[in-house]
Design a protein around this ligand. Sequence first.
Ligand SMILES: [Zn+2]
Ligand SMILES: [Zn+2]
Length: 298
Amino acid sequence: MKIRFWGVRGSYPVPGAKTVKYGGNTSCTEVDLGNGHRIILDAGTGLIQFGKYLANLNQSFVGTILLSHYHWDHIQGIPFLNQIFDKNSKIKIRGYYGTEANPENVISKQIRKIYCPFEYKDLLAKFEFEPVTEGKTEVEGIKVETIFMNHPGGSISYKFFIGDKIFIYVTDNDISFPEINYFVEAYKKNDSKESGFISKGVEKVLNFIQGADLLIHDSMYLREEANNKKGYGHSCFEDTVDLALKAGVKKLVLFHHDPDHSDEDVDLILQKALEKIKKSSQKMDCLAAREGLEIQIN
Ligand SMILES: [Zn+2]
Ligand SMILES: [Zn+2]
């Protein structure tokens, strides 16, 4: 089973000479299950590259897209995914269900002629939609746990139990300012008690990521940027590293790079993260996500 990164950027795509090394596409990570089925974590513009890769292999897309939430950088690739016009593709899309914020509503409204050259009803792939809420579920035969994270409008994270390995995907999550309450209707609807993520938010994340073999986590800002962008719902990489160390994570992948960060900036963040880990005298691998990076899970 293999993880492939197709888009590692937050907010909006940033093509150009300054982002060649890590890539400029927005969030999209593939879990290739090795049996012809795939799980896609978020559908930013990286999804378009994934679709081209599958088309080159002459394969349909059979699998599940798990959306963390519905901000542009997590859905913008869907209208341009090659396989939406492939009648042999079977695409299940899952995300949390609020009144407006649910995958079927978001995607059917996104794929309209005012935004792109066709309508949702023109698509040929078979689509299926299924809600995700906080708790336990199964995705493509894999046991999965989910919790809501601290982000404006909500965000949901996914923990996969793959054999004896634990892989966790946490994007768009603010652990730097856990006192901020991003509580929204969507949360209330899904779970009245636990999902508020108001107080003890970081402890909740800590419990969730405990002992992960592989953790992908929002590491968008430098400290100063985090302070300037308080309320945007993202984490300072130093806090991400600290939390991962505390949780005994074995491998941490810094993810959702700021669109204003050049390759050199991301290099510097990684270097600082590695220094911090070294100082802690704990053992933890740490990488910065880049397009094309592959990680074998089992
Ligand atoms: Zn994002
Ligand atoms: Zn977001």
